[in-house]
Design a protein around this ligand. Structure first.
Ligand SMILES: [Zn+2]
Length: 232
């Protein structure tokens, strides 16, 4: 069978070949393992828009409700459970992240669902900030990250977008993109042997304390994995 392949907007200088010469390799319909795997899925499952469901699941984790219309967020007065969540944090192994870029300002109204976000540039200038993570209940600490970044991503409609971020939004975005690459904030701590141990009852005091004066510490150096900032 001949496949019908249409080259989308070929750029000058790139050879796509003759689409009419491409052929599909038929699947081995007698392969037992493949047939068993396929048989487990119901017709409704096969028709699900899997990615949309995963995004809704993430929004549910952050807001406690399914909110399909992002414009609702501007009227949303319930405090989100986190300012950022990446799919791998809840066991969804996809390159999806949700961030609220109003971090550091009042309100919760600048929500972005980003697919395949990646750094395209990061400043040499770094900034130290206190970070925590929902995957670490009691560990906080000071990290160093680029002060400004640029990223490229797809929005949830599949449109290519770019962003330039500085300050807290840049820190948050680097934290979340790290999750998509298996890196954790403890890998970025200035001193992982003296991470801050902060229980729920300590948190009020911790917010007021100077980070270098916090005396309850925990050594997480044995959990640290050497990282490199993903190359732009
Ligand atoms: Zn995190």
């Amino acid at each position: 069978m001949r496949s019908q392949v249409r080259a989308l907007s070929p750029r000058p200088g790139i050879i796509f070949g003759d689409a009419n010469r491409l052929t599909l390799t038929p699947l081995d319909t007698h392969d037992v393992r493949l047939r068993q795997a396929c048989a487990q899925l119901t017709r409704p499952q096969l028709r699900q828009r899997a990615q949309q469901l995963e995004i809704d699941a993430l929004l549910d984790y952050v807001y406690g409700v399914n909110r399909k219309d992002l414009s609702d967020f501007s009227r949303h007065d319930q405090k989100p459970k986190t300012v950022g969540l990446s799919a791998p944090q809840v066991g969804i192994m996809k390159q999806i992240t949700i961030v609220d870029l109003s971090i550091g300002r009042r309100g919760y109204h600048d929500i972005h669902v980003l697919l395949n976000p990646r750094l395209t540039w990061s400043s040499q200038t770094v900034v130290g900030r206190i970070e925590g993570c929902v995957n670490f209940e009691t560990v906080w600490g000071e990290t160093r990250r680029s002060r400004s970044i640029r990223i490229a991503a797809l929005d949830r409609s599949g449109n290519e977008i770019e962003m330039k971020l500085s300050g807290w939004p840049a820190t948050l975005m680097q934290h979340e993109i790290d999750h998509l690459h298996g890196h954790l904030f403890i890998d970025r701590l200035i001193d992982p042997r003296r991470a801050h141990l902060v229980t729920d009852s300590d948190f009020g005091d911790y917010r007021k304390a100077k980070s270098n004066e916090w005396e309850k510490v925990i050594d997480v150096s044995d959990q640290v994995v050497a990282t490199k900032v993903p190359a732009p």
